[in-house]
Design a protein around this ligand. Structure first.
Ligand SMILES: Nc1ncnc2c1ncn2[C@@H]1O[C@H](COP(=O)(O)OP(=O)(O)OP(=O)(O)O)[C@@H](O)[C@H]1O
Length: 507
């Protein structure tokens, strides 16, 4: 299918009942045409996968499906709702449509149960707190057995993986669920929790609930969708069956070429192939050392990429926090003085929402930009546009950061860390929401930055990424349980070590 054919409705009902029909919707933000005459029909009990590069229009489409925004033209019809009625968020909720957002939206000062009660519109009455606690507890137990969350925990103090579970569970706290929209639901989850979510999803769809799954994790979309739509530049450009479609077919359909400068990283990659890893990374003195509660040591040399692996939320984020801000009296941490950090939650501690892309990107690069105490505006713009081109940040350097899609905002944070010229770069699950093509390019960039002598410490919930590291430490319950070269860091080995109860000597 080509983008010119998108006015034809893409039917997923297989002759059965359509739950929802999207009829030629378009949406524009300022100069950006986010959606162009998109039409889709979603069947009852169907799981519809939605893939596309960062900025392709996926989140915009699902926001329309949840009634969170109105389309400029076209219509959305839902079985059971009166024809022609305004399709608002309240109408969508009444129709049993619930959405899990890409940006976690829990209120950090409230408990899990209070957050769940906030999103529940039913009359609450005197015993609302007890009911909310029971309801979210039961849902968490059902979807994520062994989740380890107390519903009385404050959400701001929980690791990202647990916050993601709460977001999902609170969307499920509804009696009349008919459509569940999941926008990148597993980006912060470990492999065990992601599998639990999909097992639950299949149980619900067997009972007739429909789902829309937006994700950059191609194997999950292929493995769990009945049908997959590929979006590119605001249009649907392909439709494929779930289960059997090769990931490479989807990636080819997605394209992703949005910048004119596509050659920079290819050149870097070719140069890297010719270079040896610097001697310091193989045998030099450690520039970083941190001791866990049992006295096991994590070290890193200049030029090394160190991976923090294991199941999600096993203390890896805490290690990064200690390396970032060790505290004056801490004797268990040694770190270089110049450090940069990509935080795990961009909404809370990452982006400056009132600033442009260029301002967000260059805030930490004062050394590269400053001269005799002055920061040159022209140099700032130049630096920003180099990184914007290199990482293909769709939207441009002058755009307000909040006008970018989630994955493009994340690219800006990654660029900020590397533009900062710091000796140590700390990455807390940095590729959350970044598309596959860009991720591959950033792996290359990280290797190039390490070769130039920087040290990188990288936590990822995607264990497969650990193969790009020089050395990997596996964590469980805040402690190091094993250490291995990156070449040995397969997902199976990491998971086996994560569960290994024997863990005697450090392996
Ligand atoms: N509120 C907004 N204001 C201005 N532009 C916006 C707004 N929301 C989205 N856009 C633009 O619309 C386009 C589509 O964005 P959208 O968030 O739908 O992409 P996406 O496919 O979900 O990307 P990602 O994979 O990064 O989440 C992008 O170019 C984005 O910059």
């Amino acid at each position: 299918m080509t983008s010119t054919e998108t006015t034809a409705i893409v039917d997923g009902t297989r002759g059965g009942t359509a739950l929802l029909t999207v009829d030629a919707v378009s949406k524009r933000y300022g100069k950006t045409q986010a959606l162009s005459t998109v039409s889709v029909e979603l069947g009852e009990g169907e799981i519809l996968g939605l893939v596309g590069h960062n900025g392709a229009g996926k989140s915009t489409l699902v926001r329309l499906l949840a009634g969170r925004e109105a389309s400029d033209t076209g219509a959305i019809r839902v079985a059971g709702l009166p024809e022609g009625a305004a399709f608002t968020a309240a109408a969508a909720e009444r129709a049993g449509i619930r959405m899990v957002y890409q940006e976690l939206a829990l209120c950090p000062d409230l408990t899990v149960a209070e957050n769940a009660a906030l999103s529940d519109r039913r009359p609450t009455g005197a015993l609302w707190r007890r009911r909310a606690e029971r309801r979210i507890q039961d849902t968490l137990d059902e979807v994520f057995p062994g989740h380890g969350i107390s519903v009385l925990d404050r959400s701001g103090e929980m690791p990202m993986a647990q916050r993601q579970m709460v977001e999902i569970a609170r969307a499920l706290c509804t009696d009349r669920l008919r459509l569940l929209i999941l926008d990148e639901p597993t980006e912060s989850l470990g492999v065990d929790a992601a599998e639990a979510l999909y097992r639950y999803l299949h149980r619900r769809t067997a009972d007739g609930v429909s789902a829309v799954l937006v994700s950059h994790r191609m194997h999950e979309v292929v493995g769990h969708s009945d049908r997959i739509l590929v979006m590119k530049d605001g249009s649907i450009v392909g439709q494929y069956p779930g289960g059997t479609t090769a990931e490479s077919t989807l990636l080819a359909a997605m394209g992703g070429e949005v910048s004119t400068d596509t050659g920079t990283l290819e050149r870097v990659e070719a140069e890297l192939d010719d270079q040896e890893q610097p001697a310091a990374a193989r045998e030099g003195a450690a520039v970083l050392a941190l001791t866990d509660s049992r006295g096991r040591e994590l070290t890193a040399r200049p030029g090394e990429i160190i991976g923090l692996a294991g199941l999600a939320g096993q203390g890896q984020e805490g290690v990064l926090a200690r390396l970032w801000a060790p505290g004056l009296l801490s004797r268990s941490v040694t770190v270089p003085s110049s450090r940069a950090y990509v935080p795990g939650d961009r909404q809370v501690s990452g982006i400056f929402p009132l600033w442009t892309v260029a301002e967000n990107l260059t805030i930490a690069a004062t050394r590269a930009l400053g001269r005799f105490g002055f920061v040159s505006g022209a140099r700032k713009r130049e630096l920003a546009s180099t990184w914007v081109d290199m990482l293909r940040v769709r939207g441009g350097a002058a755009a307000p950061i909040t006008s970018l899609s989630g994955g493009n905002q994340q690219k800006v944070l990654i660029a900020r860390a590397f533009a900062a010229d710091a000796e140590l770069v700390l990455l807390d699950d940095p590729f959350r929401g970044v598309d596959v093509a860009t991720k591959n390019e950033i792996y290359t960039l990280m290797k190039a930055e390490a070769r130039s002598g920087r040290t990188i410490v990288w936590y990822s919930t995607d264990n497969k990424e650990m193969a790009h590291c020089d050395r990997v430490y596996v964590f469980r319950a805040g402690r190091i349980v094993s250490e291995m070269p990156g070449s040995d860091a397969t997902e199976q080995r990491i998971i086996a070590d994560s569960f290994d109860e024997t863990e005697g000597e450090l392996r």
